[in-house]
Design a binder for this molecule. Structure first.
Ligand SMILES: Cc1cc2nc3c(=O)[nH]c(=O)nc-3n(C[C@H](O)[C@H](O)[C@H](O)COP(=O)(O)O)c2cc1C
Length: 328
C-alpha cells in the first residue's frame, strides 16, 4: 500500500491552497479565505467581498467558492491524497463553505492530472473567438464533466435560441449601464493599468477594441470611459463559439456551490484542450430576466452561468491575492 510522509501531507495542503486561489470569481473578487487545522482545509466565503448590488443573494459568490473547492479537491488528488469534502458542514456557520480533509494516499489518474495542470493557465476570454471549431466530442465531454458534479451543461444549437440569449445579455447590460449603482460596482472592481492590487479585472484581461460577434453578446464595460484594454488584434476574432447554459435542478446554496464545482471542472477540461470560455452573467443578476431564461430556455432548471466556448490565441493578464492574505 502507498504511504506518505508528513512533509508530503504539508506539501499537498500547500498545493491545495495555491490551487484554490486561482479559481475564477465574478469580477475577480476572490470572495474566499482558507484556514488549516491539522489535516483539514477550511474554505470560507468572504462576504465583505460580495457584490451587494449585482449579487445580493450571494449566488455568484458561492459559484466562485465552489470553483475554489473543486481546485482544492483536485490539487489534493494530484498531490496523492483522496480529498474528504464536506459542503456546508455546519448550519451555525453559514460562511463555512466546505471542509476538505486530506484522506488516504492514492495515485491521481491521468484525467485528474490533466485538470490539475490548468489551474493557473486557464483564463476568461472577453471577445469573439477565432473561426476554429470546438470539437463536438470535447463539448460532449464537457457535458459529462458538469454532470459528474451534479449540474447540467446544455449546448445551445438552435440559432433563434442563441439570438434570444444574446438579446438578453444586451438588455441586461443596457439596463445595468444606466443604473449608477451597477456602474459603480463594476468600476470598483475594474483594475486600472499598472495598479498593484491583487484583485479586480485587470485592464489586460479584455481587448480595447473587439469585433462584435453575430449575434452580439454584450460584454461588461470594465474600461468605463477610459482607453483601457489590451492591444491584442481582435479583427479576425468575431466568432460566437459554442453557447452553453450551466443549470441546476434546484437553486439553493448547495446548488450554487455545485454549479461552481461543475463550472471549474468544465473550464479546466476545456482549457486542457486549448478551449477558452467567455461569460455573460449580467442576465442572471436581473431577477425577471433570469426567470424568463429559466422558463423559456432551461426547461425550468435554474440558470447559473451563460458561457461561450471557443479558441483564441491572445495572452491575458491574471492577478490574484497572495496566499498570505487568504490564509487565516
Ligand atoms: C459567477 C461568475 C460570474 C462571472 N461573470 C462574468 C461576466 O459576466 N463577464 C466576464 O467578462 N467575466 C465574468 N466572470 C469571469 C471573472 O471575471 C474572472 O473569473 C475573473 O476576473 C478572474 O479572471 P480569470 O478567470 O481569467 O482567472 C465570471 C466569473 C464567475 C465565477
Amino acid at each position: 500500500m502507498t504511504t506518505r510522509t508528513p512533509e508530503q501531507r504539508e506539501d499537498a495542503i500547500r498545493a491545495a491552497l495555491e490551487a484554490g486561489r486561482w479559481a475564477p470569481s465574478v469580477h475577480n473578487t476572490q470572495p474566499w479565505s482558507f484556514s488549516v487545522s491539522g489535516d483539514v482545509v477550511s474554505l470560507r466565503a468572504d462576504t465583505d467581498r460580495k457584490l451587494r448590488v449585482e449579487d445580493s443573494s450571494g449566488r455568484e459568490l458561492l459559484i466562485g467558492c465552489g470553483a475554489a473547492l473543486f481546485n482544492i479537491r483536485t490539487a489534493l488528488r494530484c498531490a496523492g491524497f483522496e480529498p474528504i469534502a464536506r459542503v456546508l458542514p455546519d448550519p451555525d456557520r453559514p460562511s463555512l463553505v466546505a471542509t476538505v480533509g486530506v484522506g488516504t494516499p492514492m495515485e491521481a489518474d491521468e484525467h485528474t492530472r490533466l485538470l490539475g495542470g490548468e489551474f493557473e493557465r486557464r483564463r476568461t476570454h472577453r471577445a469573439g473567438f477565432t473561426d476554429l471549431p470546438v470539437p463536438e466530442r470535447l463539448i460532449e465531454a464537457l457535458v459529462g464533466e458538469a454532470r459528474s458534479e451534479g449540474a447540467r451543461l446544455t449546448p445551445v444549437v438552435v440559432p433563434e435560441a442563441i439570438e434570444v440569449i444574446a438579446a438578453l445579455t444586451r438588455a441586461a447590460q443596457g439596463v445595468q449601464a444606466q443604473d449608477r449603482r451597477f456602474s459603480l460596482e463594476v468600476i470598483r472592481w475594474a483594475r486600472p493599468p499598472g495598479s498593484g492590487r491583487g484583485d479586480g479585472v485587470p485592464a489586460g484581461g479584455y481587448p480595447r477594441e473587439a469585433a462584435p460577434t453575430e449575434p452580439r453578446f454584450a460584454q461588461r464595460d470594465y474600461a468605463w470611459r477610459h482607453e483601457w484594454g489590451s492591444e491584442a488584434d481582435q479583427s479576425k476574432s468575431a466568432a460566437t463559439g459554442v453557447v452553453a447554459l450551466l443549470t441546476t435542478s434546484g437553486d439553493s446554496r448547495e446548488d450554487w456551490i455545485a454549479a461552481g464545482q461543475a463550472l471549474q471542472r468544465v473550464l479546466l477540461r476545456a482549457s486542457a484542450h486549448g478551449v477558452s470560455a467567455a461569460f455573460h452573467t449580467q442576465v442572471l443578476e436581473m431577477r425577471h430576466l433570469r426567470e424568463f431564461l429559466k422558463d423559456e430556455l432551461c426547461s425550468g432548471e435554474s440558470p447559473q452561468m451563460i458561457i461561450r466556448f471557443g479558441i483564441t490565441f491572445d495572452d491575458k493578464d491574471a492577478v490574484r491575492r497572495p496566499l498570505s492574505e487568504l490564509v487565516d
